[in-house]
Design a protein around this ligand. Structure first.
Ligand SMILES: [Zn+2]
Ligand SMILES: [Zn+2]
Length: 439
């Protein structure tokens, strides 16, 4: 089954999920198309000649897959492939690794206060864009993550350039991630790559490194002191040039900083090739300066340390209420689905607000965990519980922000405590959640 049909005569997509098939301008479209299909069937017209093709996966892959329509007794409208092999094209099993990546992207983004969702379909005109995981970043920035793992086959995804360009044109910054070198070297979009890892590792909260796709730009003057050869010839041209060098970044930071707009995609042209990769916002600005005037080095604008987005966005602005003030002790409302903030952006450098840092001599309360941790976790849980009660979108947005804030504070405190006490962070967290549930 598929839900998108391409009508070859009318030259429009019909989205069977929508009452009006996505064409409010043509009332009664479904009845017309469906009755026609029924009539064709009654007259023995072969499916392949009935003007209806799969407009989803099959079309994306350049396959003309004939379909016929069906109306279920429950009123559900369906389009059915004529051929079994076309149907199979739609049942691409989402691998565990792929799911783990989607969850990790959402979690990393949410830790920094960014909303997101997986398998998002964005309508653009008469067509749509399907995104693996879409993150709503700062200032209307939308990052469309596409994860393509080695399990997807050696040929890799097709029409990447077209899909990426379409997303870009419609306000979604495409971010394609893979664990396969061959994809990452294609330069048809801004690929990033990590090692080939099993799902359980991706799902964990430890460091997940991006080993290619993020670079630093070195700006230099092409004179006798220069280390690099002149990209334009054998002689020194005395102009300014930029040279990209590989740079490490953690996957979670990449997710957050792309959402924050501090890591951005760039198209970098050499005499022979157009390269696509990610750089800091500051590097891209300098590169634009260089392109507009390469007679001297572009000024190094405030290349401050790239902000740990989590620290800047999520830092609580007021003191956390003590345990007494957190009135609704959150009942263990099921598993903490969807949000498990467990990795600090950059624990070693991140400044922890003083009111949140664990005091050097914590008062043991439960199984050696300090009261402060428990109170922070309770605050976070209460904020989560409150969120579930709200229905108004604005109130929910505000409450979600509070929840992220509180959860991030609890997570940071757990990280610090585990480090100070040389404990396994994961176990501290589990023990803390267990305790809070039973209070
Ligand atoms: Zn199809
Ligand atoms: Zn030169």
């Amino acid at each position: 089954m598929a839900n998108i049909v391409w009508h070859t005569k009318l030259r429009i997509h019909l989205d069977l999920n929508l009452e009006d098939l996505g064409h409010a301008e043509h009332p009664g479209l479904w009845d017309m198309v469906y009755d026609m299909d029924k009539l064709y069937a009654a007259r023995g017209v072969p499916v392949a000649e009935r003007d209806l093709l799969c407009g989803g996966v099959c079309q994306e892959q350049g396959v003309e897959a004939p379909m016929h329509l069906r109306l279920r007794s429950n009123g559900r409208r369906e389009a059915v492939h004529e051929r079994r092999e076309d149907e199979d094209r739609h049942v691409v099993p989402v691998s565990d690794e792929h799911k783990a990546y989607q969850e990790r992207i959402l979690r990393a983004a949410q830790e920094a206060g960014f909303d997101g969702d997986s398998e998002v379909r964005t309508r653009v005109g008469r067509s749509w864009i399907q995104t693996d995981t879409l993150i709503e970043g700062s200032d209307g920035l939308r990052i469309g993550w596409e994860v393509q793992l080695s399990s997807a086959g050696t040929d890799g995804p097709r029409s990447v350039r077209a899909r990426a360009a379409k997303a870009q044109k419609n306000g979604i910054t495409p971010a394609w991630h893979t664990d396969r070198t061959a994809y990452a070297d294609r330069h048809d979009t801004h690929w990033t790559r990590s090692n080939n890892l099993p799902a359980y590792v991706i799902a964990q909260t430890g460091d997940l490194r991006v080993i290619s796709g993020f670079r630093r730009l070195d700006f230099w003057q092409c004179d006798i002191h220069a280390v690099h050869p002149c990209p334009n010839g054998v002689r020194r041209c005395n102009k300014a040039h930029a040279t990209p060098t590989p740079k490490d970044v953690l996957f979670d930071d990449l997710v957050r900083q792309t959402a924050a707009g501090t890591i951005v995609p760039i198209e970098f042209r050499t005499p022979t090739k157009l390269h696509r990769f990610w750089v800091t916002h500051a590097d891209r600005n300098r590169y634009s300066d260089l392109l507009s005037d390469d007679t001297h080095l572009p000024p190094a604008n405030e290349e401050a340390a790239p902000p740990a987005s989590k620290a800047s966005r999520n830092r609580p602005t007021c003191r956390q209420p003590g345990p007494a003030a957190t009135a609704p002790t959150p009942v263990a409302a099921g598993p903490q689905t969807g949000f498990l903030p467990t990795q600090s952006a950059a624990p070693s450098v991140e400044a922890v607000p003083s009111e949140l840092s664990v005091s050097p001599s914590p008062t043991p309360v439960h199984a050696g965990l300090p009261a402060k941790l428990i109170s922070l976790q309770q605050t976070a849980d209460a904020a989560h519980a409150r969120l579930r009660e709200l229905t108004d979108p604005d109130e929910r947005r505000e409450q979600r922000r509070k929840w992220f804030s509180a959860a991030a504070a609890a997570q940071t405190a757990v990280t610090d405590y585990a480090r100070t006490k040389r404990l396994n962070r994961h176990e501290v967290e589990r023990e803390l959640r267990r305790l809070v549930r039973h209070l």
